[in-house]
Design a protein. Sequence first.
Length: 169
Amino acid sequence: MTFPISREQKDYALMIGKNRNDAARMRNAHNSWDEKIEYKFNCDGALGEILFADQNNYARPVVITYNEATLLTSDVAGYEIKTRVNDYIKHQLWINCRDVDGKPSRPVVLLKICADYETYSYLGWMWSDDIPVYGEKRVNVRQADVYVVDADLLGRMNDLPKLVVNGAF
């Protein structure tokens, strides 16, 4: 099932993504060698978080300082949201090992935005502490350790647990 993306959601994601990108650049905490690609990653991630928050009636991500962001244990209300647009990884969940290892268990949701940025769908979800069990550890093109999980191993969205606002059950 696909869902529409509004112009307002895209505009808000661009604002959040720009703020994240600028903050990372100022701290020399790049997630890409290419500034345009890094900016796209930040905007795509913000858009996925906004779409999930809006659809589930959670608070949207807001502009916060870098230090405040490092204290967060999830993206949206206890959920980690992974967003993919690129076709070559549409059937896999990629997540940095540092976002899983030694962190509290939480649901990780894989959201797929269509290349035209008009619609999105969910590919599934998995508990973060199951990712090292079912995923393959790799080194990505940015030389970061990541787990890769095939989307066919992810749970159905109908089975995603509903967390309360503070991220608990």
